[in-house]
Write a protein that binds this ligand. Structure first.
Ligand SMILES: NC(=O)c1ccc[n+]([C@@H]2O[C@H](COP(=O)([O-])OP(=O)(O)OC[C@H]3O[C@@H](n4cnc5c(N)ncnc54)[C@H](OP(=O)(O)O)[C@@H]3O)[C@@H](O)[C@H]2O)c1
Length: 250
């Protein structure tokens, strides 16, 4: 990891921040990204700089221009990108028929197009041996009530992972994804609220391990995937055993 350059989209808080700081602890130079909340990005950057080097790029990755801007800034600062973590996402529970066009477009662009744009732009400066990690979700594997848009877009991310692993064979770039159930972040907490449950009720009723997932476990898995030269095209499920219980009704 030492000296490698990692771009982590949506790293102003939550899972993205944890991944950015974890990779910095392993010696990577990290490009932190936020859409608008520059203060959040500066906080992550300050953490990153305790361990390694980093820069912060403000860009909306749900647009082509935003993805291109990150690639340009990364190239200017470091000349290349070895690791891309397509983490930015938007998790909103909503009955399918209640979703209006504005929400649909935002969900598609944030949860799916962002990964396409960033992968296209950043692979232009990714050398052989590069690694791409996508943040998928258990909702992309097992359907959950009221997550039809989010879950189907995460399913698309899982398929994109497989297609890109095949297509990037020539480039010697590996592509993998991680599919967690609820992780303790702002998004995870809002999903538990949406289920009208407390965290304890969720973990006791919906998990086998009886414990919530913390962002650090996701960050460690990113590190594991980046450092495993023969894993590609795979999706690692981290779900506290939730998918074995069968009750995924939220
Ligand atoms: N938490 C969970 O339970 C869970 C479970 C499964 C999968 N995931 C996935 O894990 C990833 C991270 O989730 P999280 O829980 O850390 O979410 P979070 O706490 O809501 O944080 C998401 C981050 O992404 C940023 N972001 C959103 N849209 C962006 C855009 N267009 N451009 C740049 N940054 C953008 C947000 O910045 P702003 O504040 O500026 O919008 C925020 O910093 C997502 O892909 C999510 O779908 C989460």
């Amino acid at each position: 990891m030492k000296g490698k350059v990692a771009v982590v989209t949506g790293s102003g808080r939550g899972i993205g921040r944890e991944i950015a700081v974890y990779l910095a602890k392993q010696g990577a130079n990290v490009v932190v990204n936020v859409k608008k909340r520059v203060e959040d990005g500066n906080e992550t950057l300050a953490e990153v700089r305790k361990y390694s080097n980093g820069i912060m790029v403000q860009a909306d990755v749900s647009t082509r221009a935003g993805a291109r801007h990150i690639a340009e800034e990364t190239q200017k600062e470091y000349g290349q990108c070895d690791i891309l973590v397509n983490n930015a996402g938007l998790g909103i529970g909503m009955p399918f028929l209640d979703s209006d066009d504005r929400l649909i477009e935002k969900m598609v662009s944030t949860n799916y197009l962002s990964a396409i744009y960033c992968t296209q732009e950043l692979t232009k400066i990714m050398p052989e041996g590069g690694s791409i990690i996508m943040m998928a979700s258990l909702a992309g594997i097992r359907p959950m009530v009221s997550l039809s848009l989010y879950g189907s877009l995460k399913a698309a991310i899982i398929k994109l992972t497989e297609y890109l692993a095949l297509e990037f064979k020539q480039k010697k770039i590996r592509v993998n994804s991680i599919a967690p159930s609820i992780v303790k972040t702002k998004m995870g907490e809002s999903l538990i609220d949406y289920m009208h449950m407390t965290e304890d009720e969720y973990t006791s009723k919906h998990t086998l391990t009886g414990s919530i997932i913390y962002p650090e476990e996701i960050a460690k898995t990113v590190d594991f995937l980046v450092s495993s030269p023969n894993i590609t095209g795979q999706t690692i499920v981290i779900d506290s055993g939730q998918s074995l219980i069968g009750d995924l009704t939220i």
